[in-house]
Design a protein around this ligand. Sequence first.
Ligand SMILES: C[S@@+](CC[C@H](N)C(=O)[O-])C[C@H]1O[C@@H](n2cnc3c(N)ncnc32)[C@H](O)[C@@H]1O
Length: 627
Amino acid sequence: MKLVHGMLVYGMLPAVYGSTTHATLPRASQPLPMKSDQDLYKQLRDLPKEQLWTQEVARFDAASPRERMEGVALIRAVGMIFSRFGTDEEKEAVRAWLITLLKDPQEKIRRYALAALPKIGAGAEAEMEMLSLLKEGAQEREKKHLGRALEKVGGVATLAVIEESGGALPGITELKVKAAVSRRENPGAVKMEALLPLEDGMRIFLRCRKGLEGFVLEEAEEVLSSDVFDIERMEPGCVTLRPKKPFSLAMLYKLRCFATVGFSLGTVDAGPSAQSDIQKSRWVESLARCIGSTYARSIMLAGTEGAARYRLEFAGLGHQRGMVRQVIDRAYELSPEILNDSRQSLWSVDVIPVAGGGSGGGSAAYRKSMASVELRPRLYPDPRLAYRQDDIAAASHPPLAACMVRLAEVGKGASPEGREVQEVIWDPFCGSGLELIESALRGGVDTAYGTDLDDKAIEVARANFAAARLEQTNGIFTVCDFRDARREAEIAAGSISLMISNPPLGRRVRIPDMKGLFADFYTAAARALRIGGRLVFVNPLRTGPEDPSLKLEFQKTVDLGGFNCRLEMYRKVVPHEKAKQSLTRHQKGPLASNTQGKPREKGQPDPAWWSRVGKSVKGGRGKPRPE
Ligand SMILES: C[S@@+](CC[C@H](N)C(=O)[O-])C[C@H]1O[C@@H](n2cnc3c(N)ncnc32)[C@H](O)[C@@H]1O
């Protein structure tokens, strides 16, 4: 079959493809040998949908059985084009056409219709037609395709037929249909307050961006009960906990600095695709056993309201598509209460390579080839960010904002007694306001100023701030360039106790002169901060302030999702006191000067904390050291 002057001609394909959208018409006089269905499909999908429907479908319907077999790719093209671009009415007409094709005597035509129907949105009529094909004794190959289509469109009627027929369709079809039915009837929820059972060797992984683990550790030590959790280890991007008693997700979600939490299900080989069939099937079995384990089942069942549905995700290991079906099929055999479902699932089983020091135990070489299998609740939206009404494209990574707030020790202040102070804070590039809100949530913030050039961002920041119900804090948001904040937002010199910001990093927000912007930023900080005030921000450049009143106290390289920046803290000092302060800090640890030589009081951070979360910067000119 070929397209000549935009029409299908059976038995040959055009030398040059032509359609009403393409100026070049085919040379009908040069018939070519028959090409594959795929070639024809590629040509047909470029035709205007009206032409596909009124000319090609009409010709297909009138063609002989042999010609229809040659032009079977039309079914796929019609399914694809109308599912994407068809109106509801057109989709209805296409659906009805595809259902008639399910009765075609030729298996290949029925198979193409089966594949196209789920895309266009098959309803109950299509499902019944598929089920009657099954009952009429479809052959193995067709059964397989029926199974795949019913996985996508099947409902209770399909489940009833599966039950009656006892194995007429593969287990994976039953699993997928069950998952879809339960998703539709009751999407369910993760139970935050439910106590999750323990098992010997269980570990909890608090995962974060590399460089932030010290903050996660420090927060875990401060917030989690040591009766319930032991903190076992810290490594780049992960803090591992060992639960000692049943615990709830609500306990863990009091922490704001981690990004995701996962429960250890075991380890598997990290590189199955490069291996032999035997190794692949062992890999399938070992991963399925992690998912289908009693332990995974008991956590998911205890922690889910409704059916426990999970999806499988491979971090940095490709999709492993070929083996995913085998894994989920086998896991279903082992644990039929747990359903695999890639849509709106409440849990994820993550397969994460543990190269470079993972959580799998054993030697470094062994760990390099291993992947950790972890069960993770999928909480969208993140319950810690309930205040987030809206977002902006360049918004901060929320756990980074929480880590910055910990670094700034918001609410604790630098007074000798460590008592709460009333902070006045300013984020010059506030965007949607995450740093300001995360600061104010810690308490002790009197006023939060946010400035941003973008009026939409300020609107979002105001809405988020209002939703956070921070009654103790006065939020003042102004659309302006940060250089004009003195005039536009009335930020007086020496009035700010903390400047905290995730500035434009030159990636999502393009800035023509980054060095100039940062030079102005330091000038603004030196002016606005009061003595003892802090500047906490993410620095994408390797430059620091010229102004000697800004003294670098902390610097740590942090992965911001594929690129590194430095998280830094400067303190505003009286320039001539700088040498004296540096000496004190150098001798006694960076926080020692806060206590002015007195023993650490209850509630004061342990000076050792400093060395864990980042490196303090020794005396000198207060400029960041190159890393
Ligand atoms: C990385 S985003 C800040 C994200 C923010 N922390 C949040 O959570 O949404 C940087 C912001 O700086 C703003 N910006 C860029 N240049 C600016 C300038 N000269 N003055 C004020 N704001 C500016 C951009 O509009 C953008 O919203």
